[in-house]
Design a protein around this ligand. Structure first.
Ligand code: 5GP
Length: 130
């Protein structure tokens, strides 16, 4: 069965799309740790990051790089933290999170509750730099 991320990539489930190319898709995390928290996903449906073929794994990071640069311009922060967890959705993905300190990467923290307008504003801010 298709993962929820494949359904997002195929447009069957809506998302706040940050960027897309032939092989990768990036969208705002619906339960963000910080404004601008973005997920970067290979369109190829593989559960575990380290089961990706080398080309897809390398390409994921290269695709993520320009998105991280745009997020850090759009959202005030020290830098973009990246992490891979993958315990919830079995479709390899990178988290890109604007951070100012180590605690901003703590996934046990309560997530932000953002309105549709807030998500759209963040998206517009990021798109200015892509
Ligand atoms: P992980 O698999 O890395 O542990 O967590 C999955 C991440 O995907 C979580 O941060 C969660 O908020 C996000 N997520 C799960 N379902 C959806 C969804 O339907 N839309 C979006 N935008 N994010 C999702």
């Amino acid at each position: 069965m298709a993962t929820i991320f494949t359904k997002i990539i195929n447009g069957e489930i809506p998302s706040y799309k940050v960027a897309e190319d032939d092989n990768y898709y990036a969208f705002l995390d619906i339960n963000p740790l910080a404004k601008g928290h973005t997920l970067v996903v290979p369109k190829k449906e593989v559960d575990y990051m380290f089961d990706l073929d080398d080309e897809t794994l390398a390409g994921l990071n290269i695709f993520a790089k320009k998105i991280a640069k745009a997020i850090e311009k759009a959202v005030p922060c020290k830098r973009i933290g990246t992490t891979v967890i993958g315990l919830e959705v079995p479709h390899a993905h990178l988290h890109l999170i604007p951070i100012n300190g180590i605690n901003d990467m703590n996934f046990e923290k309560p997530k932000l509750k953002l309105s549709d307008e807030e998500f759209k504003q963040i998206l517009a801010d990021i798109h200015k730099y892509l």
